[in-house]
Design a protein around this ligand. Structure first.
Ligand SMILES: Nc1ncnc2c1ncn2[C@@H]1O[C@H](COP(=O)(O)OP(=O)(O)OP(=O)(O)O)[C@@H](O)[C@H]1O
Length: 349
């Protein structure tokens, strides 16, 4: 459990963040320079806020009103960066021991993070993924109350990232500590986090469960940040219990997810997601005839670029299902879009 509400003014930047999370892994997601790292530094005690309050698992780290400001060493925060910050003159096991003199715990961490076999090697003799496991073991050896991860995986390739994600989840379950992760990568957020804090220019703009935030982005800017790419403009013409209908400029009526606060007559943007395509017609889908512009294939997906209302829209079809869709570049095709995967965003929100 983390509760934070802090302000810190710099010459050219103002950090003003407030959020609380009861979840296991929270992701701070924002463009570069939004204050993600600064937020972690205030939690770690490396940057002192001008005012505010920080509480982690019932322990008060900072409270400007009560004059509380625990020094970093008393906060017991595990902090991991992109550069591993291992001591080059120490072996793997010596690096981990630096975090704790408890030999049992050190041995356990070497085992959990699968670095036993390299325990006598020096950092220069091991791979990037192994270095990050050692850094993680060293951070956990201090028995931290909270683990802060500042883009620790961004320099690693995909397979290594996936194996470290598994480690992080395992560690969270074993140690039960909250983890705050800074990430630029929405796939990473979906893979790891159960809560997302979207930030912009030093402020929190939206929080929630990742899928819910993804399907209900606050505005166009947040939608783009989360990876939405294709938007169509229209007006809401009916609202039901689960779905609503949007009339596009060409007159097509598109069934979309219902959204709180969106009413008949509202001007909205409809976001067509790569996975909005439905395999077969249903009550919750809309039939459209589209022009197929481009088709390309990868191992997992067929990528189809179609034109809807003069907008280029990218759709993905899992390769295993692609024989069900007969499409040719330059020709029209009939497709069905699933309302469940079509979010709407109120214009001007
Ligand atoms: N000690 C400091 N003094 C003055 N300004 C700072 C200080 N630390 C950070 N900043 C400024 O605060 C802003 C936010 O920085 P921060 O590193 O928190 O962003 P970020 O969201 O983590 O970005 P990135 O994803 O690029 O790491 C930046 O404009 C940065 O220049």
């Amino acid at each position: 459990m983390l509760e934070i509400s802090v302000k810190k003014r710099f010459k050219d930047f103002c950090l003003d963040v407030e959020f609380s999370c009861r979840t296991r892994i929270t992701a701070l997601f924002a463009p570069s320079g939004s204050g993600k790292s600064l937020t972690l530094q205030t939690i770690a005690g490396l940057v002192e806020p001008d005012e505010g309050r920080i509480e982690v698992n019932g322990k008060l780290f900072f409270d400007s009103k009560r004059g509380v400001n625990l020094p970093p060493q008393k906060r017991r925060v595990g902090y991991l960066f992109q550069d591993y910050a291992l001591f080059p003159h120490m072996t793997v096991i010596e690096n981990v021991r630096f975090g704790s003199k408890d030999e049992e715990l050190v041995g356990e961490l070497l085992k959990i993070l699968e670095i036993e076999e390299i325990k006598d090697k020096f950092p220069s003799e091991i791979s990037g993924g192994q270095k990050q496991r050692v850094a993680l073991a060293r951070a956990l050896a201090t028995k931290p109350h909270v683990l802060l991860l500042d883009e620790p995986f961004s320099a690693l390739h995909k397979e290594l990232k996936l194996s470290l994600y598994r480690e992080i989840k395992k560690i969270q379950e074993l140690f039960g500590i909250p983890i705050i992760l800074v990430s630029h990568d929405i796939d990473e957020v979906f893979e790891l986090a159960d809560f997302i804090v979207v930030m912009e220019k030093g402020r929190v703009v939206q929080t929630g469960e990742p899928f819910s935030v993804f399907m209900n982005p606050l505005n166009l800017k947040v939608a783009k940040l989360l990876g939405h790419r294709s938007f169509l403009k229209g007006r809401v013409v009916s609202v039901g219990s689960d779905y609503l209908e949007v009339k596009l400029r060409s007159g097509i009526k598109l069934k979309c997810r219902r959204r709180e606060g969106v009413a008949v007559g509202d001007e909205v943007f409809v976001s067509i997601l790569p996975f909005s395509l439905a395999l077969s017609p249903s009550l919750e889908s809309t039939k459209l005839v589209v022009l197929v512009r481009k088709i390309s294939s990868s191992r997992e997906f067929k990528r189809i670029e179609v034109e809807i209302e003069r907008e280029r829209v990218e759709l993905l079809i899992p390769s295993s299902l692609s024989p069900n869709f007969i499409m040719e570049e330059g020709r029209t095709a009939t497709i069905y879009l699933s309302a469940d995967f079509i979010p709407v965003i109120k214009e001007g929100s």
